[in-house]
Structure formats: structure tokens, C-alpha cells
Design a protein around this ligand. Structure first.
Ligand SMILES: Nc1nc2c(c(=O)[nH]1)N[C@H]1C(S)=C(S)[C@@H](COP(=O)(O)OP(=O)(O)OC[C@H]3O[C@@H](n4cnc5c(=O)[nH]c(N)nc54)[C@H](O)[C@@H]3O)O[C@H]1N2
Ligand SMILES: Nc1nc2c(c(=O)[nH]1)N[C@H]1C(S)=C(S)[C@@H](COP(=O)(O)OP(=O)(O)OC[C@H]3O[C@@H](n4cnc5c(=O)[nH]c(N)nc54)[C@H](O)[C@@H]3O)O[C@H]1N2
Ligand code: SF4
Ligand SMILES: [Mo]
Length: 683
């Protein structure tokens, strides 16, 4: 146990556990054993004491009166939220006796774990839970809801999730924020860009919405949704045509630049303008800015390009740009899609795939983006679902279909949560979860290069338990005797850090972290040594893609045509929530006010909609009701919402009722931003 928890008063170092690239260092203030204040840790090298409003108000969430205190058993219809209190012994016995019966009758594949990163602690996400379900040989979840398409697309070009060290970007002279609302979702990248701006850097924002980030940047380029690959190719066309490429760099570090030179000839500014809606002159201007910048150019790639049908290819295309002008050798230049590769922990040691019983066949994979469909499967039904660190009834695509599945009387659902979320309301058994401040874990950012430890600061709230504690109890009750299912959290942290495949973690040990809270991985520059692409170089031409049925060179692929609804619907994240986290907490919901639908004034006029009107938004999948925000912030034909709201008392606000459960071109990724809707004034 950590010594902090025994001290009733004091200030303790901590880490933000939310699924946010910044992974801030925190200081937690305690009085009489209760957390009274959370602030940024000024000694953290990247986040330097600045934190977002969400977490500054975190105590309101940790001690929210609605927080779950003890296990619950359902007493009313599924989804009604009617439960009665039970004890832990009864809860664990009810779950494991049901699972034993399901396994005896239909095998362990009839059980599906569903989880994501509601808590970024690696042991609580990728540790004991994975071990437990590997030992059981349950169906396997494909973790594809976030950045899967772009991760695969970026890797075709760069070999993996390896990008620029964000701390170096203070030296950049040009920032391109490409489909990332960084002011809300990656605030310290904005701080770094601000510092660079004081030294003359320019900030370009390419987005479908004039959001907070677009308003903060120097030059906002509105683009039609899903057309960014064409824009990137148009920029490449101009770079080659005007001799702004770095020939020596391409010759030394890339494959396929000659083929690319030919290939991009068709993407003239006029042609690309017709696809993207960006004026040809602006495409030329952007290319010249990128090709002539005196210093480094840095691109931050967000979910905008990725959450589309063509998200993999689009990200692959954007990732080629830094190679054309040799940005990877300039200080602060290059790109970040995700930096997870630099900090890779020992996944095998964490999740222990070897615990799978040898006598059993490999279980099926289930893509989390197709949860609704999977729950409909009658040939090989899912009989039990165990949800933790996630809220699929709100965050999953085609959420209406997910809810139909969750409503199945014959589905035995267990949800481990801090709150009675929409998903938990469908559970047969609800288990109360500790907050991250009430357990111990190791954290590795997907943006900066620091590994951090969070040691338990406060006692568990009510009867709540951490994910790892619950899995240890479940393992015992299932009769699983493997040592690995009894390891402590500290054991697992040490095992995760010991990763011979990642020399960057060589000096980072459990003891070092306990002493100093955080440690920077020894990350080599991206181009030092061989890249992890098949050729070892940056692949502008990818033979691997060709073998897998993709065009080998970056190519614009249009979005899937889905019917006649007039608007492309882009339901993005918001400033005051973290996905659906905080949507249930009064203070945070009040800060965000109301779920809005941004639309163009010309479209609003045609439909007789005025700013502030309640509007109905619908398609064949579902409907929701939002408040119109009319103006010039989006292009005609596009509507944008922000935030994963829960349904209110008097209105439906779950935007994922409308989103497609199609799968993107790569990584089985989500296509949240590629759906179409109709809009009308609500009556
Ligand atoms: N405050 C806050 N912070 C968060 C989160 C949160 O919910 N709230 N979520 C966290 C998580 S899990 C993640 S993955 C990250 C996500 O962080 P971001 O990548 O910033 O994700 P979004 O905020 O959804 O922003 C995507 C942006 O892409 C734009 N966009 C949509 N379609 C297109 C397109 O076709 N082309 C272009 N160029 N732009 C497009 C949208 O308008 C939006 O501005 O943020 C993390 N941080
Ligand atoms: N329309 C639309 N949908 C989206 C997105 C979008 O941009 N637009 N973004 C997508 C993205 S990028 C992502 S990453 C996903 C995120 O989807 P989720 O990972 O499901 O994110 P949250 O909604 O924040 O739900 C996390 C839940 O975990 C719980 N939790 C926190 N800590 C713990 C813990 O220690 N133990 C347990 N058992 N539970 C805990 C929280 O209370 C919370 O309810 O949503 C996706 N959905
Ligand atoms: S949500 Fe992001 S910005 Fe806010 S404190 Fe956590 S890591 Fe920092
Ligand atoms: Mo995400």
C-alpha cells in the first residue's frame, strides 16, 4: 500500500488518469482524509502546473452524491435504473455462478469483456482484466473505437506510432493543426505553440468547424469533411511542381519519391479545390508556406481525418508531407499522430496471452465498433457482457442498436463503474469502482515522452474496488489458480516496465518512479536507425499496402455514399467533458451549458431555423434533439455537434444514436464523422 493513503493531511503527487494526450502531473490536497483540491504539478516538465478546467473541478466528480458506493442488483426492467444494494460476496457469487453455467453450456466465447480507457492506468486497463479473460478464453475485443484507422495508416508511412517529441515543438516555425481541436483536447500542445508563436511561428488550422482552436490559430482553412487526403496531395503537387521538396532527404530516407512525383501530377490545385472546397490559391499558399518555412514545420494530426470511412488512407497521406520537405531532421519538425510507440510497455507481461488454456481453440475477435451487431448475433450468441472503463450506450457508434442488444433479457450484463451510467442502467449487476486517486498505477502518455506513477492517495470511496481487485476476486471465485492472477499492482507495474523490446525504458524502474513520480523515456530521434516499415525507410510507396489491396501511394478515396439525408454530421468531443465522462456531473454539464448543433446560416434559412431553436436531427439509425447554433462556423451541407451528452429529462441528446457502425478502411476503425442526417425545427 502507498504511504500517502495513511496520511490524513498533506499534498501528494499524482497523475491525471483521463484519456487525454497531455497526461498532466497533479498535486492532490487532502484534509482529514478527504481530497479537497486538485491542481497541476509545477515540477512536471511538460504540463508545468497548468491543468484544464475539468480536472480543476474534479473533486465535484469524486464526491458527487450520485457516485456508486456499493454493489447493486437489478430489480426493474433493463435500462430503468432500478436496483437494490447487495454485498460484494453476493455480487461475486452471482457473477461467477452465472459464468460457470454459461461456460459449461456454450463455452467461454459466449462471454465478452468490453472496456476502454476511462482510466489510462495501464495495470487497470491492460493488466489484470486482460489476464483474467485470457485465462477464461473469452471472446476478444478489438480496441478500435479511438484512433485505430489512423494508427494503421500512419504506420504504413512511418512504421508505427513514432512522432516528434512535443517538447521540441517550441522550436517550430509553422504549426499545422489538422483535424484536432487542441485548445480543448491537447491544451499543452497549444501552450508550446504559443511559446513558438512569440518567436514568430505561424499556426494553421485545417478543420470542418471554426471551433476554439480555429479561432485561436492565425489561418483557418475550412475543408469539406473526409477530403483531407486530396488536400494533402494538392500540397504535394505544388511542392514537387515548384521545386520546394528536399531531394537529398527523400533520396536518403524514403522509398517511392519518384513514383509519388508522377502520382501527384493529377492533384492540381484546381482539381483539389473542387473536392475539398479550399480555394486553389489557398492550396498554393499553404504549400509555399510549408515548403519555404525558415525553420521547422510541425503537423499535429487529430481525430478529424481519422474518424471517417477513409481515415486510414487520409492519415497515411498527411504523414507523407514531412518527408517531402525533410522536416524530420529539423528541430521540432515532423508530426504527431500518436506517440504511443515510443513509450511501449511490455504488453505480453501485462496481459499475459499465454494464460489461455492450450487445449482450447483461439476465441473469436469482436470489433468494439460493431458491439450492437455482435449482440444481435443469434448463431453464436453473446450471453454475458462485462463492461469496465467504458460507457458504450453513449460512446459507441449506432448506440441505438447497442441499447437494443443491452436490453436483451437473456444477456447477463455486469458493469463496473463510478456512476450509474446509461450502460450501467442496463446491467444485471453493477459494481462500484474506485477513482484513480484511490488506486495505484503506471501511466504512459500517447503524446509526451514521460512515464509516470500514481500511488494511491485516498481510501476507496464507500465499498468501491479497483479493476484489478475485482478481477483478483473473480479469478479466485472462478477457481483460476495461476500466480499471474494474484500479482499485486506494484508487481504488474514492474513487469510492464521491463520491456526489452523498448530500450527507451531501460532506466525506468518502479523504484525510480516511486522516487521521482515521472521519468522521460530515452527516445531516439525518429530517423535514427531503421524505421519499422518493411523497407526501414519512410514509405511514400508501400508495397505492403498494395499486397493488402490498397493503392500503394497516398490516394484520395471518397466517403461511402449513405443515402439522401442532406447533411454530413460531425459529432466531435467537447471542452468540458472527456468523452462521456463528466456528462453526468452537474457542475461540468453546467459549464458546457447545452448540446449544440452548429449549422451554416444559409442552410438554417432554407429550413426556417433560427439560432437557439431546438432542432430534431435524424436518419435511419435514430434521432436526437439539439440546440441550433447558426452562423458561419461550418460550411453549407455540414452540421457539427460537440460532446457525448447523456439523455436529459426532456430530450434525447445521444449523438451516437445517429452515427454509422461501418468500419473504416484500416484498423477496423470507427467512422463517427462519416454519417448523414436530416435536420428540422423541433415541434
Ligand atoms: N476536452 C476534451 N479533451 C479530450 C477529449 C474530450 O472528449 N474532451 N477526448 C480525448 C480523446 S479520447 C481523444 S482521442 C482526443 C481527441 O482529440 P481531437 O483529435 O481533437 O478530437 P475532436 O475534438 O473530436 O476533434 C476532431 C476535430 O476534427 C474536426 N474534423 C471532423 N472531420 C474532419 C475532417 O474531415 N477533416 C478535418 N480536417 N477536420 C475534421 C472536428 O471539427 C474537430 O475539430 O482528445 C482527448 N481529449
Ligand atoms: N460521436 C462520437 N463518439 C465518440 C467519439 C467522438 O469523437 N464522437 N470519440 C470516441 C473516442 S476517441 C473514444 S476514446 C471513446 C471513449 O469512450 P469511453 O472509453 O467509453 O469513454 P467515457 O465515455 O469517458 O467512459 C469511460 C467510463 O469509464 C469509467 N471509469 C473511469 N475510471 C474507471 C476505473 O478505474 N474503473 C472502471 N471500472 N471504470 C472507470 C468512467 O466513469 C466512465 O463512465 O468514445 C468514442 N466515441
Ligand atoms: S484532462 Fe488532460 S489537460 Fe486536463 S488535467 Fe487531465 S491530462 Fe491534463
Ligand atoms: Mo479517444
Amino acid at each position: 500500500m502507498s504511504s500517502y493513503v495513511e496520511q490524513a493531511n498533506g499534498v501528494f503527487p499524482s497523475v491525471c488518469s483521463l484519456d487525454c494526450p497531455d497526461q498532466c502531473g497533479l498535486l492532490v490536497h487532502k484534509q482529514d482524509g478527504v481530497i479537497v483540491k486538485i491542481e497541476g504539478d509545477p515540477s512536471h516538465p511538460v504540463t508545468q502546473g497548468a491543468i484544464c478546467n475539468k480536472v480543476r473541478n474534479m473533486t465535484a466528480r469524486i464526491y458527487d452524491e450520485k457516485r456508486l458506493r456499493y454493489p447493486l442488483k437489478r430489480t426493474g426492467p433493463k435500462g430503468s435504473g432500478q436496483f437494490e444494494r447487495i454485498g460484494w460476496d453476493e455480487a461475486i457469487a452471482a457473477i461467477t455462478s452465472r459464468w460457470k453455467a454459461i461456460i459449461a453450456e456454450e463455452g467461454p466465447e459466449a462471454i465478452l469483456p468490453y472496456s476502454f480507457y476511462g482510466n489510462m492506468g495501464r495495470v487497470n486497463t491492460e493488466g489484470m482484466g486482460r489476464r483474467f479473460f485470457n485465462r477464461m478464453n473469452a471472446s476478444r475485443l478489438i480496441y478500435s473505437i479511438c484512433e485505430a484507422a489512423g494508427t494503421v495508416g500512419y504506420a504504413y508511412t512511418m512504421g508505427g506510432s513514432y512522432g516528434t517529441d512535443p517538447e521540441e515543438t517550441v522550436h517550430a516555425k509553422l504549426f499545422i493543426l489538422w483535424g484536432v481541436n487542441a485548445v480543448s483536447t491537447n491544451m499543452h500542445q497549444v501552450t508550446l505553440a504559443e511559446k513558438a508563436r512569440k518567436n514568430g511561428a505561424t499556426v494553421v488550422v485545417i478543420d470542418v468547424h471554426r471551433n476554439r482552436t480555429a479561432k485561436w490559430g492565425d489561418w483557418f482553412i475550412p475543408v469539406r469533411p473526409g477530403t483531407d487526403a486530396a488536400l494533402a496531395l494538392g500540397v504535394m503537387h505544388v511542392l514537387f511542381a515548384e521545386g520546394l521538396v528536399d531531394e537529398a532527404f527523400m533520396a536518403a530516407y524514403t522509398v517511392g519519391h519518384e513514383e509519388l512525383r508522377e502520382h501527384v501530377k493529377t492533384y492540381s490545385p484546381d482539381y483539389v479545390s473542387g473536392i475539398t472546397g479550399v480555394p486553389a490559391a489557398d492550396i498554393v499558399k499553404l504549400a509555399r508556406l510549408y515548403g519555404t518555412i525558415d525553420g521547422a514545420a510541425f503537423i499535429r494530426i487529430g481525430n478529424g481525418p481519422q474518424h471517417h470511412d477513409n481515415g486510414g488512407m487520409t492519415t497515411r497521406a498527411i504523414a507523407c508531407l514531412p518527408a517531402l520537405t525533410g522536416q524530420w531532421l529539423r528541430r521540432g519538425g515532423g508530426a504527431i499522430k500518436g506517440n504511443g510507440g515510443h513509450l511501449a510497455l511490455n504488453q505480453r507481461a501485462l496481459g499475459r496471452p499465454d494464460l489461455k488454456p492450450r487445449t482450447l481453440a483461439r476465441p473469436r475477435d469482436i470489433n468494439m465498433n460493431l458491439l450492437g451487431e455482435a449482440l444481435e448475433d443469434e448463431a453464436k450468441p453473446i450471453r454475458s457482457l462485462y463492461v469496465y472503463n467504458a460507457n458504450p450506450a453513449v460512446v459507441a457508434p449506432n448506440a441505438g442498436k447497442v441499447r437494443e442488444g443491452l436490453a436483451r433479457e437473456d444477456l447477463f450484463t455486469v458493469v463496473h463503474e463510478l456512476f450509474l451510467t446509461e450502460t450501467a442502467a442496463y446491467a444485471d449487476i453493477v459494481l462500484p469502482a474506485t477513482s484513480a486517486f484511490e488506486n495505484t498505477d503506471v501511466y504512459s502518455s500517447y503524446w509526451h515522452h514521460y512515464v509516470q506513477i500514481q500511488e494511491q492517495v485516498a481510501a476507496p470511496y464507500g465499498e468501491s474496488k479497483s479493476n484489478t481487485d475485482v478481477f483478483r476476486l473473480l479469478a479466485q471465485a472462478m477457481g483460476y489458480e495461476d500466480e499471474a492472477l494474484r500479482d499485486s499492482d506494484y508487481d504488474m507495474i514492474a513487469q510492464a516496465l521491463d520491456n526489452p523490446a523498448n530500450p527507451g525504458l531501460r532506466d525506468i524502474t518502479l523504484d525510480a518512479l516511486r522516487e521521482k513520480q515521472f521519468a522521460k523515456a530515452d527516445v531516439r530521434p525518429v530517423l535514427e536507425g531503421k524505421l519499422r516499415t518493411p523497407s526501414g525507410r519512410i514509405e511514400l510507396y508501400s508495397a505492403a499496402m498494395e499486397r493488402q489491396g490498397f493503392p500503394p501511394m497516398p490516394t484520395y478515396m471518397p466517403l461511402v455514399e449513405e443515402g439522401t439525408h442532406p447533411f454530413l454530421f460531425i459529432p466531435t468531443a467537447n471542452h468540458n467533458f472527456l468523452n462521456s465522462t463528466f456528462a453526468h456531473n452537474g457542475k461540468h454539464a453546467a459549464m458546457e451549458k447545452t448540446p449544440k448543433l452548429y449549422m451554416n446560416a444559409a442552410d438554417a434559412e432554407t429550413l426556417g431555423i433560427r439560432d437557439g431553436d431546438a432542432v430534431k436531427v435524424w436518419n435511419g439509425r435514430g434521432e436526437c434533439e439539439l440546440t441550433a447554433a447558426v452562423g458561419e462556423d461550418v460550411l453549407p451541407g455540414v452540421v457539427v455537434s460537440q460532446g457525448l451528452w447523456a439523455d436529459g429529462k426532456d430530450r434525447k441528446a445521444v449523438v451516437n444514436a445517429l452515427t454509422p457502425d461501418r468500419v473504416a478502411d484500416m484498423g477496423q476503425g470507427a467512422t463517427f464523422f462519416s454519417g448523414r442526417v436530416s435536420v428540422a425545427k423541433a415541434v
